[in-house]
Design a protein around this ligand. Structure first.
Ligand code: GLN
Length: 548
């Protein structure tokens, strides 16, 4: 087993996850079995209970873990499913050590950060490689060096060079090189300090990646090498690019892959990075453009919808089209005019997942607008629930229909908690999470979307369901239930997984989050079909405009 440890310095939000993922793509492109794990030094057990406004989206794995969004990047760049064990937090580590202590596993010993906590960390890293049958494990340590909370993790990865052998370990440090416009200079001093801090905990980086606005001149890289004791040729630049998928190409071009091969004693291989080249080619020269409105709450924080944006991009790639996003703040959708204005010129409307009552009426209005105007609509999770509420109120005649999440006293709880959720205590990790099957009704839009497959798995993250008591009335009024959960031990047979409208060009709601499974090389079917529908709508719109 070989390990590459990625640390970061100077500032946070450098895109360490992207660099880690890109490194993975470069190695994966060489045919290695690669996996990656993220260490998050916060005390939360997982990302599920944290605000998307601060940390970005909560990424859900197939086995139902609520993880950091970087796990999503890893899955997309490595093209492999990851799991709960790929996201380690301080909370998990300490919980486990304390439980072991109570059980008596450390009997007679004084339980300490070194070695007990560090051993626990190392075992969690090794376990990922073992269980996921990897040849190379990339370990990203969250936060920046010098943070108090990352110290035990840095000590653990320091020890791993001793355990696994220097020939099997590499330390990559990512820092920022700011550009000072007034003096027209790149500044390397923060990098020198950051490496010094890393060295003070006993880690000498083998490779340095510098984040900067522009490609850095050779002399800057040489200077960094000289002052940080890194070999010349081991300093790389990850400069700003327009598209995420350029990063593996940029790093490979500079020889990062070769450097890693040399460092880990791997045979030199010519990598196959075709997927990324092709994706970048389409992104830079799309044949067409579509405008998709995302009607949500976190319109100023695109990271809160990261996988969704990626899935739309993948849907675009498949159609050789660029997808532009029109962010629509649902709290501003009040009068009819607001809707016409917000959705002017858009080719499709998407209502994403979400929690809480804020903005809910705006989302319902957006769904209504799409239904009435024949605009392609994709409702994801909450986006499906609001479409059902909207349909119940305005088509099925169920006045004040709502979800009990937003109105506990609604006369028509068309969206409600199922018995299994009523029993739940606590909010951490208690939703309906991870992969669940969906049986698709033949002859529906959904069946077309999934290419005739009858059973598919998508990832979930929700508490509320379409209330089965209302299904007959909704169906009578014309709503088509095109996907259901097949019966399972202890689970309700036929929970609604997808809805659609038959007399509409494309109106689809899914209870799952198909965006989590979407990858550039494996775009999610609902997103491909949605972009296709947006293109068709655009054609129709132009035709009508031209004919008038
Ligand atoms: N709040 C809704 C529920 O819990 C929808 C969740 C979501 O969109 N992820 O069921």
């Amino acid at each position: 087993m070989r390990y590459i440890f990625v640390t970061g310095g100077v500032v946070s939000s450098l895109g360490k996850g992207i660099v880690t993922s890109s490194l993975g793509a470069i190695l994966r492109g060489r045919g290695y079995r690669v996996t990656a794990l993220k260490i998050d030094p916060y005390v939360n057990i997982d990302a599920g209970t944290m605000r998307p406004y601060e940390h970005g989206e909560v990424f859900v794995t197939a086995d139902g873990a609520e993880t950091d969004l970087d796990i999503g990047h890893y899955e997309r760049f490595l093209d492999r499913d990851l799991a709960r064990i790929n996201n380690v937090t301080t909370g998990q580590v300490y919980l486990s050590v304390i439980q072991k202590e109570r059980r008596g596993d450390y009997l007679s010993q004084t339980v300490q950060v070194i070695p007990h906590v560090t051993d626990e960390i190392k075992e969690r890293i090794r376990r990922v490689g073992r269980e996921q049958n990897a040849e190379i494990v990339i370990v990203e340590v969250g936060g920046t060096v010098g943070d108090i909370e990352s110290l035990p993790f840095l000590e653990a990865i320091r020890q791993m060079r001793f355990d696994a052998g220097p020939e099997n370990t590499l330390y990559l440090h990512l820092t920022l090189v700011p550009y000072l416009r007034t003096s027209e200079e790149f500044k390397t001093k923060p990098t020198q300090h950051s490496v010094a801090t890393l060295r003070s905990v006993g880690i000498q980086p083998d490779i340095i990646v510098l984040r900067s606005e522009k490609d850095l001149p050779e002399e800057v890289k040489r200077k960094v090498a000289l002052f940080t004791n890194v070999e010349a040729g081991s300093v790389f630049t990850s400069y700003d690019v327009r598209f995420l998928y350029e990063v593996p190409l940029v790093l490979e071009e500079q020889g990062l892959g070769k450097r890693v091969e040399a460092g880990l004693g791997l045979e030199p291989v010519i990598p196959n990075l075709g997927v990324w080249r092709e994706a970048v080619e389409v992104l830079k020269n799309p044949e067409r453009r579509v405008r998709v409105a995302i009607a949500g709450k976190y319109v100023k924080m695109p990271d809160a919808y990261l996988s969704l944006l990626e899935a739309l991009r993948h849907g675009g790639l498949k159609n050789r089209a660029a997808v532009e996003i029109a962010w629509v703040d649902v709290e501003k959708l009040k009068a009819e005019d607001d809707l016409a204005e917000a959705f002017a010129g858009v080719d499709a409307i998407l209502v994403p997942g979400g929690f809480g009552v804020r903005g809910i009426e705006g989302k319902i209005k957006a769904a209504r607008y799409a239904r009435e105007k024949g605009i392609p609509y994709l409702g994801i999770c909450l986006g499906m629930q609001v479409a059902v509420i909207e349909f119940a109120r305005h088509v099925a005649g169920l006045e004040r229909a709502n979800s009990t999440e937003f109105d506990p006293y609604t006369p028509h709880p068309v969206i409600d908690l199922m018995p299994e959720q009523l029993e739940v205590e606590g909010l951490g990790g208690t939703m309906r999470l991870g992969d669940w099957p969906m049986r698709i009704r033949p002859g529906t839009l959904l069946a077309r979307v999934y290419g005739g497959q009858e059973l598919v798995f998508e990832r979930h993250r929700h508490r509320y369901e379409v209330n089965p008591d209302y299904v007959p009335r909704l169906e009578e009024a014309g709503l088509v239930i095109s996907g259901v959960t097949p019966g399972r031990e202890g689970r309700g047979e036929g929970l609604v997984e997808a809805i659609e409208l038959p007399d509409h060009p494309f109106f689809l709601g899914v209870q799952s989050h198909p965006e989590f499974k979407s990858r550039p090389m494996r775009p999610s079917p609902p997103f491909v079909a949605f972009v296709e529908a947006a293109l068709a709508y655009q054609d129709r719109r132009r035709l009508l405009a031209g004919g008038a």
